[in-house]
Design a protein around this ligand. Structure first.
Ligand SMILES: *Cc1c(COP(=O)(O)O)cnc(C)c1O
Length: 393
């Protein structure tokens, strides 16, 4: 079955109502017909139903679809992408263990390693996201887990995931991949050697900027149980309404990503060579430093890319972004509406200091007409580079 078909078909059944959509049952308590059923309810923790916190028809249906799209056997739906990252860390790491994270990792995951895992006795080392097989020299006898995030959130480094996974597996460490940028359609993390695939469903899958959810997918039953157990002890439950919305988002995911990718290529093309723009960071663009790896490993892209601007005063950046008419300033990505997010990267890296002299600005291209988006950005760049406009007038 193709992914486009998988996106529209789940195994949920809800006799006798049999809606085409997945069922939303709001419930804490489930009731049991017999004493025996009640007393053995915990045996249904991993598959069946025992209590609203541990799973309901909507979360099970969504998990089944995500697992199929990730080419795994089991998925867990958790309250956010960040919860997905943390439940993996807490399930797999113990005091004395060591974890490797890319230097460009999602910033809250970085501070979680530095501030939260370290307090639990877990040490972390950051590595050059472009290290590839060179990561081998960073392993310690206690290294249990390696994170990859490809491409990286703001700076779009594409990682050699198969090479990193081979090095990790040689040393008995597991690999967890945050694959939010490409969604399960664009990058099959498990196929490329990861043991765990994490998504912030809040982004492309939700797709409408109106829900927060995450997923963790694995291909191994023991690993699933280990992570599912951690989610139980942490009390991570999800709302059936949010699962319903995420599942609705899946139905249009392929179409949205296709359109957003085409639009983003157009917008990026219109910006390339612009005097205000030093560099465009978008792996699908020929010439991007990650393009070759992206072509090798990815089956799709998304409409999220960054530009490194020529240096200018903070006031010029504010004039550019605050007066845009279509792009709104905001975190997150993957919604219907285009967004812009500036980043301060100086001091954010500990291994490979960020080299760009000017600010980095990330665009999430929505479903507006690309020509309107291009006009909005070009006008913004005129405000960013007033001297240039005078010179060319
Ligand atoms: C947004 C994001 C997360 C966190 O997802 P939330 O649902 O917002 O907690 C994790 N990783 C990446 C790459 C993200 O973009």
């Amino acid at each position: 079955m193709h992914d486009e078909t998988r996106l529209l078909h789940s195994d949920s059944d809800d006799e006798p109502f049999r809606a085409l959509t997945i069922p939303v049952h709001r419930a804490s308590t489930l009731v049991f017909p017999t004493v025996e059923d009640f007393l053995t309810r915990h045996s249904r923790f991993y598959d069946g139903y025992s209590y609203g916190l541990y799973g309901h028809p909507a979360s099970r249906a969504l998990a089944g679809q995500i697992a199929a799209l990730e080419e795994g056997s089991r998925a867990i739906i958790v309250p956010s992408g960040m919860a997905a990252i943390s439940v993996v860390n807490l399930a797999l790491l113990r005091p004395g263990d060591h974890v490797l994270l890319p230097d460009a990792v999602y910033a809250p995951a970085r501070s979680a390693a530095e501030g939260f895992l370290s307090a639990l006795g877990v040490t972390s080392t950051f590595y050059d996201p472009l290290a590839g097989a060179g990561i081998a020299k960073l392993f310690q006898p206690t290294t249990r887990l390696v994170w990859v995030e490809s491409p990286a959130s703001f700076t779009m480094e594409v990682q050699d995931v198969p090479a990193i996974a081979a090095a990790a597996h040689d040393r008995g460490a597991l690999v967890a991949a945050d694959c939010t940028w490409a969604s399960p359609l664009g990058f099959k993390a498990l196929r490329h050697g990861a043991d765990v695939a994490v998504q912030a469903l809040s982004k492309h899958v939700g797709g409408h900027s109106d829900l927060i959810l995450g997923s963790v997918t694995v291909g191994d039953e023991a690993l699933f149980r280990q992570i599912k157990d951690a989610s139980r002890y942490l009390g991570l439950g999800v709302s059936p309404d949010d699962c319903f919305l995420a599942q609705r988002g899946l139905g249009t995911l392929a179409t949205r990503l296709e359109r957003q990718t085409v639009s983003a290529m157009k917008v990026a093309g219109a910006l390339s060579g612009h005097p205000g723009v030093e560099r465009i960071l978008f792996p699908p663009l020929p010439g991007d430093r990650g393009h070759a790896l992206w072509c090798r490993d990815f089956t799709g892209a998304s409409g999220v890319f960054s530009v490194v601007l020529e240096p200018n005063r903070d006031a010029a950046l504010a004039a550019f972004l605050e007066q845009m008419s279509l792009f709104r300033i905001g975190a997150s990505w993957g919604g219907l509406h285009s967004l812009v997010a500036p980043a301060r990267l100086d001091g954010s890296r500990s291994v490979v200091p960020w080299q760009g002299a000017g600010p980095v600005v990330r665009f999430s291209i929505g479903l507006e007409h690309p020509d309107d988006l291009i006009g909005d950005i070009l006008e913004g760049l005129d405000r960013y580079r007033p001297l240039n406009r005078v010179a060319s007038a």
